[in-house]
Design a protein around this ligand. Sequence first.
Ligand code: URP
Ligand code: ZN
Ligand code: ZN
Length: 465
Amino acid sequence: MFDLIIRGGRVITASDSFIADVSVRDGKIAALGTELPGSAPRVIDASGLFVFPGGVDGHTHMEEPFMGTVSSDDFYTGTLAGAAGGVTTIIDYAYQEPGKTLSDAAGTWMGKARSKAVIDYGFHLVVTDLETSSDAEVRDLMVRGYPSMKLFLCYEGLKQSDATLVRMLKNARAAGGLVLVHAENDALVEALIRDALLEGHTEPCWVARCRPKAAEIEAVFRAVSLAESIDAPLLVVHMSVAEGVDHLRRARRRGARVFAETCPKYLLLTEDKLEGDWYSAAGFTCAPPLRDREETRRLWDRLSAGEIDIVSTDHDCFDLRGRKDLGRDRFDKIPLGMPGIETRLPLLFTYGVGSGKISLNRFVDLCSTAPAKIFGLYPEKGTIAPGSDADLVLFDPHKKVVLGKDVLHQHVDYCPYEGTEVTGYPVVTISRGEVVFDRGIFSAEKGRGRFIPRKPFEVPRRGRP
Ligand code: URP
Ligand code: ZN
Ligand code: ZN
């Protein structure tokens, strides 16, 4: 007797594709096979559908205090939107607050998520003051469920020095941690912002103009060089420039443990969206910024070539009215970030798999398996195998949806992909054996999501011998 059986779908993992039944007991996958014997109180007919492992979005910002406001999705609305978009696990960023420790940050974010999240979650800790949190505390947290920690190399109040980056890389090497970096050269960005303001520029397009590709390329090279020298694992998050990815590829060939994350926004949207009407343009402000069309092509090339490891969203919603418009008169005051948790799977499926740029297995790897491995969640998350959590997405490869604010569940007053038609959409999402979303209907109890303590980093080297 099982709790749930999903019959006749095409199971797709990062390596395989086969028609099978999937049976679930006690929140875990119990068996996989054709015409599995046994019964269950609920049987879902998945014929004609793909069965993917639940999406792992390794980069979200729910109820994030940032640039004078708070992001508009909280852990309830944001994880509901995730469930509707085929996501079953998120890793959110927990910021160390002034005068407080990293353990405090973990506690604070746990307090926000515990009673609200409908899918499972973990936290990357954001180091803002390594004097308040000691190396001993960092290493202890890395082995106690928080192996990944982010350093911003830019932003007043958040930016960290090279000395701190070196310390963190040493901590990561010693304790099985993974350092994440937001790679943009702060001095260059700040100087360009100052000049632009002095020249009287206020419009959203200046967000991109003041954050040139060179700022990202330089910071990526620096971070990768330090990680390689120290032999510590590093993930460069939200990469928008192919030349940065090339730095990683070269270091990786020499044996460095360096990894690349990008987001659908950098593959699909371009900087010209930042021109024109203020309320339209401001919705496309983020850091690193959107780039030109040619750069998106280069990024797709790197993705197709296997040089980018994961596709996350950097889901960081700010309403145009009441949040983004804090910067109505000054582009440097616009809270930076864009929504994305609900649209990652359909967009990458449509524009990646649908156009032949990536295979179906690679799609699963980028959105689920590789993030689960890199962030210490595998094999409980990120695959479909007996013993793994029954986190599953039933995905209709032919379903057409025109994306827009009114069809999505993200708690934000715009959609960056308004009017874009996608082919391929999640129809049922299952978290630990429980159907949490079924063809437009949510059945997840608020707060049912669980904190998942993550394992230390253990991805093998990929370099050439
Ligand atoms: O553009 C964004 N999301 N900025 C804020 C958070 C981040 O990841 O850098
Ligand atoms: Zn960042
Ligand atoms: Zn982010």
